[in-house]
Design a protein around this ligand. Structure first.
Ligand code: F6P
Length: 334
């Protein structure tokens, strides 16, 4: 008698994989895991280049076990990535479906963030094509996984940079505003802020007004702080580091202030051990999930357990889960 996985393996012969949205360290480790797990289970693996654009254009290439050798520890994505306007339309998604059918692909693994899953959700609803997602974004803003692939590496990069900035801030008794990525969520800012002892972390979640910030800085100075680092999340409603520094200056200009915008250096670099392991685990979960009949879900790890959540649920904002970090950052920065 055939078990469930055997039945799916029989019809699932070709699995495609793509990366979409902003690249994230660990995407290559995930691609490698998808390809090797597919081959391990007797399927053919196909790489789609340039994200959803490549899906529409039929930019496909067969990947073998050795095609993904020595990429485990490399940043970026060998499949390239893109944000694709065309895939936002029904017609674009229809063309992508057509290309998959022409190449006789049976299922698709998409690795990306919010925008990627929004596209995947519409695509799978409209076409019924089997899709599984993996959370690949430095922003960590997806529900359905405690951590996303790339977040650990990016946060460590920020911590390394801020530690260096601290040397100068301390030597010159300066106030630094450091702007970090995260689109509209404060995971990178709050985690790196806690890890570097920032005097304040300005994120959409932390609810610190400019007046509050001036008060925090003055209290710090009154209690003999010699240097202050304020981490600013790029998506802060008051603006980025430049705007917030300007607004602070307009109220109180006694600080010698400098600004650093870390920008895209946060997205590059070799993935950390945690990201390589997470990506490998999820890559296996994507293929084995498809083979056991899972569809239109994202694989994630919650409380160290493998879970699968529907796309509609994972794109929900998970900023509420930052409540604890907001409190910790506040308590420890006195
Ligand atoms: O989603 C990842 C991310 O790095 C965000 O943190 C940032 O807002 C955005 O991508 C930047 O996008 P781009 O590389 O297209 O400028």
């Amino acid at each position: 008698m055939k078990n469930e996985r055997q039945i799916h393996i029989e019809y699932m012969k070709k699995i495609a994989v793509l990366t979409s949205g902003g690249d994230a360290p660990g995407m290559n480790a995930a691609i490698r895991a998808v390809v090797r797990t597919a081959v391990y289970h007797g399927c053919e693996a196909v790489g789609v280049f340039q994200g959803y654009q490549g899906l529409i254009d039929g930019d496909f290439k067969r990947l073998h076990v050795r095609s993904v050798a020595k990429i485990l520890g490399r940043g970026g994505t060998i499949l390239k990535s893109a944000r694709c306007e065309e895939f936002r339309s029904v017609e674009g998604r229809r063309n992508a479906h057509q290309a998959l059918l022409e190449h006789e692909v049976d299922a698709l693994v998409v690795i990306g963030g919010n925008g990627t899953f929004e596209g995947a959700m519409h695509f799978s609803k409209e076409t019924g094509f089997p899709v599984i997602g993996l959370p690949g974004t430095i922003d960590n803003d997806l529900s359905g996984s405690d951590f996303t692939i790339g977040f650990d590496t990016a946060t460590n990069t920020v911590v390394e940079a801020v530690d260096k900035i601290r040397d100068t801030a301390d030597s010159h008794n300066r106030l630094f505003f450091v702007e970090v990525m995260g689109r509209d969520s404060g995971f990178i800012a709050l985690h790196s802020g806690i890890a570097t002892g920032a005097v304040a972390v300005m994120t959409p979640e932390s609810g610190i007004s400019i007046e509050d910030l001036v008060g925090i800085l003055n209290n710090g100075q009154a209690s003999n702080k010699t240097s202050s680092i304020v981490i600013v999340a790029e998506g802060h409603p008051e603006g980025g580091a430049f705007e917030i520094a300007k607004k602070v200056h307009a109220i109180d200009n006694k600080y010698e202030t400098r600004i650093t915008v870390l920008g895209h250096l946060q997205r590059g670099g070799d993935p950390s051990c945690a990201d390589r392991v997470l990506a490998s685990r999820l890559g296996v979960a994507a293929v084995e999930g498809l083979l056991s009949g899972k569809r239109n879900v994202m694989a994630g790890v919650v409380n160290d357990r493998l879970v699968y959540f529907p796309f509609e649920e994972v794109i929900e904002n998970k900023s509420a889960s930052l409540e604890d970090e907001v409190r910790i950052a506040k308590i420890l920065s006195i």
